[in-house]
Design a binder for this molecule. Structure first.
Ligand code: PRP
Length: 186
């Protein structure tokens, strides 16, 4: 595996950097067609979306603006209410703007579902969703990913922005965390 220092903590590479970049390039062409002649504000959700925001924004050739939110999701467990707390809000007034929410992953879907409704309530002209990854077996709400990179199995994945206890975000690929790794930290 490409990660000598951490490869004993990972089981397998699920999506490679090359696959991610190729898919993002395809989706960027779709976005350019869909937003031709319109304004477009990319909103990244910290911290996981940093990598995909960086790659998607640089793949686009149409004019864009970028802004960021940080949110804290309460209880992704069985009793999750889907309530989200805003830790850092947008700097931008999004009234009448076309917003594209950029996320690393749709897990339960609760975060993006809440964010979508929250941004629509601010008077955005449109709010669409871009997600690099989705776990179809974990999704608990009816949510449409307008632009989707890859569906992946319901495993603990890290890399490309995704973390385990704030580690592994910098890996270029998406990898499955070895159960040994989280067993050790318990
Ligand atoms: C992750 C991910 C999404 C959310 C997806 O963020 O970046 O924002 O969880 O989960 P959901 O579909 O079940 O709502 P996290 O809260 O771990 O914060 P981070 O981006 O800072 O890692």
């Amino acid at each position: 595996m490409r990660y000598d220092d951490v490869s004993d903590q990972l089981d397998e590479i699920l999506v490679t950097e090359e696959q991610l970049l190729a898919r993002i390039a395809e989706l960027a062409r779709e976005i350019e067609r869909d937003y031709a002649g319109k304004d477009l504000l990319l909103v990244g959700v910290l911290k996981g979306a940093v990598m995909v925001m960086s790659d998607l924004s640089r793949a686009l050739t149409i004019p864009i603006n970028m802004d960021w939110m940080a949110v804290s999701s309460y209880g992704h467990g069985t009793t999750s209410s889907g309530v989200v707390r805003i830790l850092k809000d947008l700097d931008t007034d999004i009234a009448d703007r076309n917003v594209l929410l950029v996320e690393d992953i749709i897990d339960t879907g609760l975060t993006l579902s809440w964010l979508h409704d929250n941004l629509m309530s601010r008077g955005a002209a449109s709010v669409k969703i871009f997600a690099a990854l989705r776990k179809p077996d974990a999704v608990r709400v009816d949510i449409v990913a307008d632009y989707l990179g890859f569906d992946i199995p319901n495993k603990f994945v890290v890399g490309y922005g995704l973390d385990f206890a704030e580690n592994f975000r910098h890996l270029r690929d998406v990898a499955v965390l070895s159960p040994r790794t989280y067993a050790e930290s318990e």
